[in-house]
Design a protein around this ligand. Sequence first.
Ligand code: FNS
Length: 515
Amino acid sequence: DSGVKQSKKLITPNEVSKHNTPDDCWVVIDGKVYNLTEFINIHPGGPLILKLNAGMDVTAIFKPLHAKGTLEKYVKPEWYIGELTEPMPDEFIAPPYTPGETPEEIIYKENLRKHLPNLGNILNLYDFEKLASKILSNQAWAYYSSGSDDEISMRENHNAFHRIFFKPRILVDVSEVNLETEMLGEKVDLPFYITATALMKLGNPQEGEMGITKGCTMSPWKIPQMISTLASCSIDEIVKVKGNHPEQIQWYQLYVNSDRKITRDLVKHVENLGLKALFVTVDAPSLGHREKDLKIKFSNQNNGPQVMSDHESNSEGASQGATRAISKFIDPSLTWDDISKLHKLTHLPIIIKGVQRSEDVVKAAQVGCAGVVISNHGGRQLDFSRAPVEILAEAKPKLVAKGLDKKFDIFIDGGIRRSTDILKALCLGAKGVGLGRPFIYANSCYGEQGVAHAIKLLKEELEMDMRLLGATSIKDLGPEFLDMSALKNRNVSVAKDQLYDGVYRSPQAVEINED
Ligand SMILES: Cc1cc2c(cc1C)[n+](S(=O)(=O)[O-])c1c(=O)[nH]c(=O)nc-1n2C[C@H](O)[C@H](O)[C@H](O)COP(=O)(O)O
């Protein structure tokens, strides 16, 4: 990798395999040998995974979970000790972590990819989700699809839209419909964006988040891409694949690091790379309790390297799924003071992501933020936090009443699966909406073509639904198009959309061991 010094000496596999204890820990990544003994206890993903793979080639584990440039960022040059003379023997090559399933099951799933239906048969976002549930590894599916605890908020995010009905206008000339709008002062072709999620290489090992960028630049309709702090590709490579598409808007989603110097350096780097806004995520002082993810442990008798055993993992937390393994650095002490400090640090517009009550929407406007994302992290954080569309309905009128709605963009995300969901949010005063999982699944199944197709599907739905609503431009939309009478009646049972239920996988309670 660039930045890693050229080889110091040639080292045999036999020599590497002797350094196989936590106190003397050598590993191999891409043919390079590293002495990580001093690094083990400061590894952001926890100590266990290194302790249990000392003396091994860990390339297959490292790649899906680490962005390019990670070694340069965390590994001191002196810890790089040389090149392998020849590949490690098979028994010293750690397989990719596919906890909860055998290599044969993974191969079977990989083969399914060859039988995916033609993109033309994909008619809605649920089609991507159904296919992803079949072809993704258990670990990837668990990580992506998880909500927290009983996943009430995750389902409520979408269900809340079912309690809002339209009042379409008729006899309006809708021969021309214009879907263009502005987000944070910049023109966009469609009123939605792809929100920050993480670890996209779990689903798309080759491209990761770069698949999203390529799909956006390939699409004739330009929408923003928000890049996560926890992306599996480096921010530099994600920006680089934008290529000669300067019109492609990219935003950065920031988890503030307990080490504020790391955050300061990162914000400056994001500015220099030309990203257009900073979305500071505030609903995850600790990443939520996602049981589907927790059940798929990093340590696993069937498939992880045989040295990994549950009793050790419990003591060190590596069995806490992908979520815990990647999020130890997030600072739980973040306060409104830090938002003021960020305003002094950068000229970029600052948007607070993860606001969950209208009072905080107003406060964000009062402290000079450019906007908020009303969000509960896709139901992955505090369960029973309310659906963002419900909070939007409360917050917008308060902002307007205080004259704070000018130059202040409200976004919502969570459970947006149809253009009708998007239109309801826009009628309630959102500037745009974010989608997470649908684009993860589109990217996982079909890469950039899938991403571009998902954008096209929503664009076509929007065009149709605007026409049927009797609206010809985004500016036309307002609360007068909606019947909100049922929104707060959470016990209202509305016809279910079977597709949503059909792809929903409920958490499973613990089983008694057969043997
Ligand atoms: C599905 C998903 C969402 C994540 C996400 C990872 C996944 C797999 N991650 S997480 O690792 O912390 O949980 C992020 C993240 O990196 N940063 C963030 O701000 N939001 C993160 N979110 C939340 C995301 O930005 C949206 O709020 C959420 O996805 C919207 O809900 P839908 O998925 O239903 O569209």
